[in-house]
Write a new protein. Structure first.
Length: 174
């Protein structure tokens, strides 16, 4: 395995958590839609190196003092110079624009975790031991959903897990 492969696995595997936002934005008279996506930069074992969350707010009427709940730090507006007034986890946006794209960082626990194991020629191998090796490589990626609720169904307490769509990508040299 090449040095490039190890760097690719360590630095560019990203898992996309496509999340419907639980904390919508609010405005007095306007309907505001919010979509949130988390991007993860992972280490070779699947542990999180960095988590970046991107939010998209849309309002046909613009944002006249729209408040949005967010626990992100290092918030950056990706499309304009408009920045929110921030008070704790409340962001207040004021602009005539109909779309706001912003991102920030978070270290909160993820609803889904991931582990990666490697086999080289059928033998389990640590990622650092793959450098410079050749052979048949098998990567197993395991997701674990931690987002569950206990609900009453037909008078019986049942655990239900939140459904997530997961995507894993990597860049490999040809």
């Amino acid at each position: 395995m090449s040095k490039y492969l190890t760097k690719s696995v360590a630095a560019t595997i990203s898992a996309l958590l496509l999340l419907g936002c639980a904390a919508p934005a609010f405005a007095a008279d306007a309907t505001v839609e919010k979509k949130e996506t988390s991007y993860l930069i992972l280490n070779a074992d699947g542990s999180v190196q960095e988590q970046i969350t991107s939010d998209w707010l849309h309002s046909d009427d613009g944002f006249d003092s729209v408040t949005d709940e967010s626990d992100l730090s290092d918030i950056q507006n990706l499309k304009s110079d408009v920045m929110p007034e921030q008070s704790g986890n409340t962001l207040k946006w004021t602009t005539d624009e109909t779309d706001i794209y912003y991102q920030g960082k978070t270290d909160k626990d993820l609803p889904v975790s991931m582990t990666i194991t490697y086999k080289l020629d059928g033998k389990e191998t640590a990622p650092k031991d793959l450098i410079g090796k050749s052979g048949k490589l098998e990567m197993t990626i395991k997701y674990t959903n931690h987002s569950k609720q206990t609900v009453s169904l037909a008078g019986k307490q049942t655990e239900l897990y939140t459904p997530f769509m997961m995507v894993t990508g990597m860049i490999l040299s040809t």
